[in-house]
Design a protein around this ligand. Structure first.
Ligand code: GLU
Length: 418
């Protein structure tokens, strides 16, 4: 099938094939599990501030419908394609299944550089995109959330557009909304907090003291910044961080609180006082205890996997490590990988809490959210590490196996219609 042709889809498909071999999934069941159930591509005409009209391409892909509605973020990025969104939807399926959420995976995206649009243009784009996919989403159908390039404001516009269409407020149609619109306390911090929690568990397991341990964080968006801050709170020294504009390094450690203020004022870590510039490739290969790729896919490849000098690879991004890099890491055997579908699952777990709170119109305290989040991540961590040890599997294959198996079992029990 070439509908989803893209290196990121090829990567997700390759991971699936390895897991299917390990689980002994018969050929008859493989394509049903691998390919998205349905995909929608839309043109989004937007009136720009200068009076011209520009058409953007948008997508929403629902990977499987066997366990409930579908769930996953909306990405605004110039490189978004149908194949990339499809791969991301597949990972959402395994992530939700691994953490026991009653969802199939989904993902959406618009091929756009959001930094090049004004706020008013972004609002028009978001509203028109929502309108174009409106019959494809809904609290019982498919529930979007933020991803790269989108945020709480994007979700507020989506929720408003959907609610105007139905004639009453439907907070449960999206998650990652502002708290005053039915968002959940702790949702914005959830992914980064989860990354830091799991990195902490990995340090415990490997006998690394968190006080004085070191970390490098690639990507300083919502996930990377909270992960850095939460790791620093555990006593970890943040040696380097980066965003699309470049990286900064300080061997004595970066003050994450001061950096947050700097980024709020300047929009990028670049230029932060008390630091020196560092290139993306040098940063990934710095000696450290924890390397946190928190940006985009395919950052750790066969070209640099042999040169990593971390002890823990905490995959905060989706798909940061290619299968060829995995082979190198497996051979090396000296890096403990916390695979993406587990490492960054905190976001969708708290999205699930948000959806449940919206459906019940009954809201929880932040402490309840954090406690329940850590309980779920702890369960996944224990299950995956045990599975890896018992089956002599990589952490990635172990984590994906738990997710894929659950979806496979659901499909087997429900049977094939008609
Ligand atoms: N975009 C996030 C992810 O990749 C969150 C998805 C959600 O909360 O639905 O996991």
């Amino acid at each position: 099938m070439d509908l989803y042709d893209h290196p990121t889809f090829a990567m997700a498909a390759r991971q699936f094939d390895l897991v299917a071999d390990h689980l002994g999934i018969p050929d008859n069941d493989r394509d049903r599990l691998k390919y998205p159930k349905r995909a929608l591509a839309v043109s989004i005409p937007v009136r720009l501030d200068n009076g011209n009209t520009k058409v953007f391409q948008g997508y929403r892909v629902q990977h499987h419908l066997s366990l409930g509605p579908t769930k996953g973020g909306i990405r605004y990025h110039p490189d978004v394609t149908l194949g990339e969104v499809a791969a991301l939807s597949m990972w959402m399926s395994w992530k939700c299944a691994l953490t026991g959420l009653p969802y199939g995976g989904a993902k959406g995206g618009v091929t756009v550089d959001p930094r090049k649009l004004s706020v008013a243009e972004l609002e028009r784009l978001t509203r028109r995109f929502t309108q174009e996919i409106i019959s494809f989403i809904g609290p019982q159908i498919d529930i979007p959330a933020p991803d790269v390039g989108t945020n709480e404001q994007t979700m507020a516009w989506m929720m408003d557009t959907y609610s105007v269409h139905t004639g009453f407020s439907v907070p449960g149609v999206v998650t990652g909304k502002p708290v005053h619109l039915g968002g959940s306390l702790g949702r914005r911090e959830a992914t980064g907090r989860g990354v830091a929690y799991l990195a902490g568990r990995a340090m415990d397991m490997l006998g690394i003291a968190s006080t004085g341990a070191t970390a490098v964080v690639q990507g300083f968006g919502n996930v990377g910044s909270v992960a850095a801050y939460s790791l620093a709170q555990q006593g970890v020294k943040i040696l380097a961080v980066s965003d699309v504009g470049g990286g900064i390094y300080n061997s004595k450690g970066i003050d994450t609180r001061a950096l947050d203020k700097w980024v709020t004022a300047n929009g990028t870590p670049v230029g932060f006082p008390d630091s020196e510039p560092i290139s993306n490739s040098d940063m990934l290969c710095l000696a450290c205890d924890i390397l946190v790729p928190a940006a985009l896919e395919r950052q750790i490849t066969e070209a640099n996997a042999g040169n990593l000098r971390c002890r823990i690879l905490a995959e905060a991004a989706n798909g940061p490590t290619t299968p060829l890099a995995d082979e190198i890491l497996d051979r090396r055997g000296d890096i403990f990988v916390i695979p993406d579908v587990m490492c960054n699952a905190g976001g969708v777990v708290v999205s699930y809490f948000e959806w449940v709170q919206d459906l019940q119109s009954f809201f929880w305290s932040e402490q309840e959210v954090v406690d329940k989040l850590f309980r779920i991540l702890e369960g996944a961590f224990v299950q995956v590490t045990q599975q890896a040890k018992r089956g002599k599997l990589s952490m990635r294959i172990a984590a994906l196996s738990v997710g894929v198996k659950r979806v496979w079992e659901a499909k087997k029990s429900r049977g094939l219609f008609p």
